[in-house]
Design a protein around this ligand. Sequence first.
Ligand code: PLP
Length: 428
Amino acid sequence: MRKLALLGGNPVRSTPLPTYNTLGAEERAAVNAVLDSAVLSQFLGAWTPDFYGGQRVQALERAWEAHFGIAHAVSMNSATSCLYAAVGALGVGPGDEVIVSPYTMSASAVAAVVYGAVPVFADIDPATFCLTADTIAARITPRTRAIIVVDLFGQPADFDAIMALARRHDIKVIEDNAQGPGARYRGRPAGTLADIGVFSLNYHKTIHCGEGGIAVCADARLAERMRLIRNHAEAVVKPKGETELVNLVGFNYRMTEIEAAIAAEQLKKLPLLLAARQANAARLSAGLAGLPAITLPFVQAEVEHGWYVYAIKYDAASGGVPRSVVARALRAEGIPVGEGYVEPLYLQPMYQQRIAFGSGGFPFSYPGYQGKLDYARGLCPTTERMHFDSLLYADYVHAGLSEADVDSIAEAWTKVLGQLAQLSGLPA
Ligand SMILES: *Cc1c(COP(=O)(O)O)cnc(C)c1O
């Protein structure tokens, strides 16, 4: 075996992994056409035909509906805005609870907080890293008003079981599919598996337009409520004749024509970009098969993973060295790796100190809230174990990587995991 780079040997890679650029001549031409039109946004926060935005924004929405086979797509300036609008459209308010995963980007849970509701964190499944019907069921109370399920790392959660549970309890479900555009569950596109689905088009996602998001749903009323929240609802309800005012307080969540034009080109590339990710993931899994102390990503039956990142579970007890040492050894070989994803959300200061809006503790200590909050360490043991002890991950699969790049990742992992004994005794 070759000497580990961390111990002075030559690294597997002497050049960084290539970066990922999906933008090309198509996006450039689309942007130039918008510039030539001189209309960078056509939205107007008033009840006129321009309430629904300009030609590119609307074209993107129709293309998104056709691509994902869903009745309504509502574009916004981020997936965060989409999550907020979705929670608002469902009528969630102070006193309500929203069940959500703690292992996700922070906005998934803040979507509840901005409407004065409290997030109730359910644990993830150790195989998929997503919520399950069982972990959700353990958190349902008479106050549960909505559930936000995240398709973490691009793998759809087990939505048939989750939706059956939610229907029995008459609770609405939002699918945060920011990470998995193009993934599929039992033949259906991820993002369309719940009452409302959310996609992200931010710079880090599989397809992007800088900043952007799309909310989708089958229900025309919910879609229209999201369009109102997107664009100054309170100024529009009277001329439009809207009478159900709950949560029809508006924001400016509008996407510009340039972003919409880029996103429309990116959507056309999604099948190819995803196929490249899937091929890279399969190649990497073959290259890592049989290595000691790790568990490769698990993909549920009848699921096509979206492969936002490639997440490996490391077992320090069988490896004999701390996770941080393995990560250091991999980095020394020229291979990036992250230790854990985001800290379980309930450990953030906002939840620990219960301070969000104002100094009085709203919404956590709102007198109209009758439940009992728990944000203590230990609340979601699987999430904490994955985060603090087990997960090693990176974007080892993006479409900018060649087969040789993927093979170099497998080679570095093989080199490091094959010589863990050499690393014993190194400080964590
Ligand atoms: C990226 C992401 C978001 C937020 O997306 P933005 O478009 O940046 O607002 C929300 N949820 C998850 C799971 C994400 O990964």
